[in-house]
Design a protein around this ligand. Structure first.
Ligand code: SAM
Length: 254
């Protein structure tokens, strides 16, 4: 074996680690949940990604296995304790205190809304570590001390972070190489062009008195593409003025 750059290096290389999601939760039994179904579940079985869960309650220190306390300053509900939560997080970290390049994400309605761009960036990395809140949420000091990225999946409040984590992980995994079949291309979907998707149809040609638009059976690929673009624009303009404004701004700049 040689380190001479002119001689091919034929030493065996370790297989790259698959994309990895580590989820910290009080309800690890909620996993894999939807992540075990269909192409996402099959991809895990085929080693394209891996999922592991950590039960936050395993880090409780009293005999009642308490993980929560009343909010400082009063008010309703309970708050996840900082010491227990941080112990659970630290159990996943390497000796250097990091997660091997994986971001530590706290699912929370007050987080930055998850976007397809962020999903793409997460899918391009080594994976993620995700903390699922419960009760009123997590003690702020843990979020600060462990520099957690706060992510929301939408402007509504779930009972816990598990469903939110599954949504985020599923969105990432379907972008990993080899997960989608050829027929399931991710390149023409909502958000890829900055527009929402055009209407979809399949056979039968007529159903309950409703026909598939004739242009889609014309065989004129250019006309079909123009029709789809127009419908995408109409739908985006009507339903998501924010996306429509951004699309127009981008178009005017190019
Ligand atoms: N008190 C919190 C607030 O007002 O923002 C809501 C807490 S919620 C009942 C409990 C947990 O569910 C949160 O800590 C978070 O992990 C999760 N959760 C709820 N809605 C979410 C959302 N839209 N996105 C991400 N996580 C969410």
């Amino acid at each position: 074996m040689s380190d001479d750059p002119h001689i091919p290096d034929e030493r065996p290389r370790a297989a790259p680690s698959p994309w990895r999601a580590t989820v910290l939760s009080l309800y690890p039994d909620a996993f894999p949940g939807a992540l075990g179904a269909s192409i996402i579940g099959a991809a895990e079985k085929n080693g394209l990604w891996m999922l592991d869960t950590v039960d936050i309650r395993d880090f409780a220190t009293n005999r009642h296995r308490t993980v929560d306390g009343t909010p400082a300053g009063g008010g309703a509900g309970l708050v996840l304790k900082p010491d227990i939560s941080a112990s659970a997080i630290d159990s996943v970290a390497g000796p250097d205190g990091t997660f091997g390049g994986r971001p530590l994400i706290y699912m929370t309605p007050r987080g930055k809304p998850l976007t397809q761009d962020r999903v793409k960036a997460l899918a391009a990395g080594p994976g993620l570590v995700c903390f699922c809140g419960r009760f009123e949420g997590l003690d702020e000091r843990v979020i600060e001390a462990r520099q957690m990225e706060e992510v929301s999946i939408g402007d509504f409040v779930l009972a816990g972070g598990e469903v939110a984590a599954q949504a985020m992980i599923e969105a990432c995994v379907r972008l990993l190489p080899g997960v989608l079949g050829n027929s399931d291309s991710a390149t023409e979907e909502s958000f890829e062009t900055g527009l929402l998707e055009y209407p979809l149809y399949t056979r039968p040609r007529e159903w309950e008195g409703r026909d598939i638009p004739a242009i889609l059976s014309s065989g004129d690929h250019g006309a079909v593409a123009r029709w789809r673009l127009e419908r995408s624009k109409e739908i985006t303009k009507a339903r998501r003025p924010d996306l429509w404004d951004a699309y127009q701004k981008r178009k005017s700049e190019t």
